[in-house]
Design a protein around this ligand. Structure first.
Ligand SMILES: Cc1cc2nc3c(=O)[nH]c(=O)nc-3n(C[C@H](O)[C@H](O)[C@H](O)COP(=O)(O)OP(=O)(O)OC[C@H]3O[C@@H](n4cnc5c(N)ncnc54)[C@H](O)[C@@H]3O)c2cc1C
Length: 555
């Protein structure tokens, strides 16, 4: 491939330019390599960051009616999954035309060839299927009727490797040119069609993966191609954009949120693509978590980690009131966020005990799961031994949001030290004593307790995920633990409107010739395949499905 320099301008040409070397960009590039197309894969970060957010991810994938589910006694089907998806998405806008098409196509992929297609490329699955977003409303409401969160054996890095291996082969055979530290500032158009990108070559940087890098430019570049695929991710690290796009129906944006993604998730390419004529829809749909904790060992600024909780913790708002049913831990992320913002505070509390933390706390992120990430069976078996997994124990000891105490009065005193309100010991005690009384039977009028019993009817939860119902104030369950939970930015559910070939549309609904988008920047397909909510594990899968569609359309 020719590389030439005009003054300070670095110019190149290829069949396709892909903007963003995250999962969606890698999948699209891999598809093109298999079709022997020449690709320039551009990214503003250095080579350490290959894979973007997916590298940091837990590697959880939404799959439907799999052998893993069947082995655990789960009966799932395309129809049930589509019912869940539509009830969760709540599509209600005219611009949801393409998102709906994408939803149907994606659920069909997840119930069909997704698993075998990935396995052919070397993907390995962990046999225990997780139950995320349990819903709690009617059968047509939001939530997963059954567990569908399939973990990648090796978490995010192993999933990235499935595609980066093919891209590396493309580099070795001269089909792929990797252009790291190249920041795209403009989409070049010729007669209305996208024919390349222009931008700034950033100064070299050797920062570690996930660490913010310099934005100082040292030259300009222009790459031309028959088509451009934008796979630049969402807006989760751009607080101004999160505030600007905050949904009106939820009032004012929170004052404080932790950041759940690296700084490169800056949303700049959305504005750049819009300026070129691409249509953005559903910018106010975002997927932020409500169980964020401050990382004591931050990689990126304001770094928060999400707790993946089981249902047994008692969830209180900042004033000490229990969140209403069905807003139990792990049930309805958006519903919980909508409720929290009405309380006037940006944080809530979990109250739990040692027995619960040992079984029910997971932490999202590959680095928080060294056993799964390192594919280390010996370490994994330590999870069934007494004691919390090491990363959780470290947070318990070092995390600024954790209070650990032998007595409830010490616990509440600790909570009052780090909270913004003064909680009354008597109120918290009344609540916990009352709930402890509900633990004497295998059934209960308290829906939060019924949820624990119901979850334990699923083999996977009973064996590995949900603590046996017990009384928190029994000293044998101790110590008591309180966790201050922050709101945490993560995913962007709206984005560039695309048809099923991942072609970007213009605001008049016609195709923007030569321009494609996939992954988070395209709302994971269509400009918002999730609607308002996600069933979880749908983001990585959405990058794979929409990245593949873009690559295939250009073969
Ligand atoms: C901790 C964590 C855990 C997660 N766990 C899961 C999970 O278990 N399951 C799940 O489904 N999802 C999960 N996710 C979400 C998922 O990882 C992301 O949504 C997905 O990886 C986004 O991929 P992407 O390719 O669209 O964008 P990104 O990964 O954000 O990649 C975009 C790339 O584009 C580059 N770029 C941006 N703008 C420019 C520009 N102007 N010029 C050049 N380059 C540019 C960026 O540098 C970046 O490398 C998790 C995310 C995180 C952070």
């Amino acid at each position: 491939m020719g590389v030439s320099y005009r003054g300070h301008m670095n110019t190149r040409a290829a069949d396709v330019v892909v903007v963003g070397a995250g999962l969606a960009g890698l999948v699209a590039t891999a598809e093109l390599v298999e079709a022997r197309k020449r690709v320039i894969l551009v990214d503003q970060e250095n080579a350490n960051n290959l894979g973007g957010q997916a590298f940091w991810s837990f590697g959880g994938l939404f799959l439907v009616d799999t052998p893993e589910q069947r082995r655990l006694g789960i009966k799932d089907s395309y129809d049930l999954a589509l019912q869940d998806w539509m009830g969760t998405a709540g599509f209600d806008r005219a611009e949801d035309y393409w998102p709906r098409q994408w939803a149907q196509a994606y659920v069909s992929f997840a119930a069909g060839e997704k698993r075998s297609w990935l396995r052919e490329r070397g993907w390995k699955v962990f046999p225990l299927v997780g139950w995320a977003e349990r819903g709690g409303y009617g059968a047509t409401g939001p939530g997963n009727s059954v567990p569908r969160f399939h973990l990648t054996w090796g978490t995010g890095p192993a999933l990235v490797e499935v595609f980066s291996r093919i891209v590396r082969e493309g580099v070795a055979t001269g089909l792929v040119t990797l252009a790291h530290r190249h920041q795209v500032d403009e989409i070049v158009r010729t007669n209305g069609a996208a024919t390349g990108v222009r931008g700034t070559v950033l100064e070299p940087s050797s920062v570690a993966n996930g660490v913010p890098s310099s934005r100082v430019g040292v030259a300009e570049f222009e790459f031309s191609a028959g088509a451009v695929i934008v796979t630049s991710g969402g807006i989760g690290a751009n607080w101004e954009l999160v505030q600007k796009n905050w949904p009106k129906r939820m009032g004012k944006p929170p004052k404080h949120m932790l950041t759940g993604v690296p700084a490169h998730v800056d949303g700049r390419m959305l504005g750049i693509t819009e300026a070129a004529g691409g249509n953005i829809i559903n910018p106010d749909r975002m997927w932020h978590y409500t169980e964020g904790i401050t990382n004591y060992d931050s990689i990126w600024p304001n770094h928060g980690i999400r707790i993946l909780p089981g249902p047994s913790s008692i969830w209180l708002d900042a004033t000490g009131k229990q969140l209403p049913a069905p807003l139990f831990p792990g049930f309805d992320t958006l519903g919980t966020l909508e409720h929290i913002v009405t309380t006037g505070y940006d944080y809530t509390w979990f109250i739990l005990d040692q027995k619960i933390i040992e079984k029910e706390f997971g932490l999202s992120g590959q680095e928080q799961n060294p056993d799964l990430t390192g594919q280390d069976i010996r370490k994994l078996l330590e999870r069934v031994r007494p004691g919390a997994p090491e990363p959780i124990e470290k947070f318990k000891q070092r995390g600024e949001d954790f209070v650990v105490a032998d007595t409830l009065s010490d616990l509440v005193a600790g909570m009052n030290k780090i909270g913004e309100t003064d909680l009354a010991l008597e109120d918290i005690e009344r609540l916990i004593v009352a709930r402890d009384r509900e633990m004497d039977n295998d059934f209960s009028k308290d829906l939060s307790v019924s949820a624990i019993h119901a979850a334990r009817n699923y083999k996977g939860d009973k064996a590995a995920r949900i603590a046996a119902p017990h009384k928190m104030l029994d000293p044998a369950s101790g110590p008591l633990i309180a966790v201050k939970l922050h709101l945490l930015t993560r995913k962007t559910l709206g984005g560039l409107e695309t048809n099923l070939n991942s072609q970007v549309l213009k605001s008049d609904g016609t195709v923007f010739d030569g321009l494609y988008a996939a992954g988070e920047v395209a709302g994971f397909g269509g400009g918002g395949v999730h609607g308002y909510r996600s069933l979880e594990g749908t983001f990585l899968g959405g990058c794979i499905f929409s990245g593949r569609a873009a690559g295939r359309a250009l073969r």
